[in-house]
Ligand binder design. Sequence first.
Ligand code: SIN
Length: 319
Amino acid sequence: MSGQKIVVLGTGGTIAGTSEQAEDNIGYTAAQVGVAQLLEAVPGLEALAMVLHSEQVAQIDSKDMDGEVWLALARRCAHHIEDPVVRGIIITHGTDTLEETAWFLHQTLNAHKPVVLTCAMRPSTALTPDGPQNLLDAVAVAMTSGASGVLAVAAGEVHGALHVQKVHPYRVHAFTSGDVGPLGFVEEGTLRLTQNWPLALDGKARIAIEKIANADAWPRVEIVISHAGATGAVVDALVRDDVQGLVVACTGNGTMHHALEAALLRAQDAGVKVVRSTRCPEGQVLPKRGDLFPDSRGLSPVKARIALMLDLLNASARK
Ligand code: SIN
């Protein structure tokens, strides 16, 4: 049965959440139901019971996501991707940091097979939970011939790791790929692709998982935001506290309050890596001559933070 197995890795989230009252969509506890039980509860999946293999990698509310879980997840994904009987991987995940995990995995895996993150905005006990349909759609994407890359499937849409972003704290349709739009739509179990599958990173991960595993600690990279009345106090305090990298969620096209800019220049002179992203939810910082700091090349602040951490890890591993 070559290439037929779909591995479902559970990490928790609202998709695995429970509430005491079915009509309560916000007062629930995330990460309560095991991934095997979640799969059993999806009516359309009984026929695939022999194909689906579940593994519980973590059981957390994704607001608490950390490097340890990311490393465990990357290792399990890398293992299964290279198994010839595995056709694709699904990861059940909380919505809150799903885009960060997707970007981390995109950077660390050679995802020549689909790695599909899915989630839910309503707990499994809700009157109309969205998790079962999202799981069904994720399976449809993972089984689609030619599928590859790290993807996110929710509310009938498929997004790539680069652009996916949670933009709503409550509604079921919480994710967008901004002005780029979704990669495709899942309609009655069939994928309608509107863009190409995301490009694999030249067949190689940008950083080897073992380099991350062997590092003493993850580099300290923090995000600061520019806003009316911003000062440099937070930056100065972080530099005193040995921060190694700073991502700035800038106004507009990468601009920042002059007081914050002065502190960031001091930080940069002290050896801290500074990267500019934008706090605008869509679009990206366009570089221009005379920029004092590099831009994040289209990455949102949270994804730019991950990219900078991986750059710093790579650089320290080379020394
Ligand atoms: C979480 O991110 O784990 C909780 C919120 C959610 O999944 O919607």
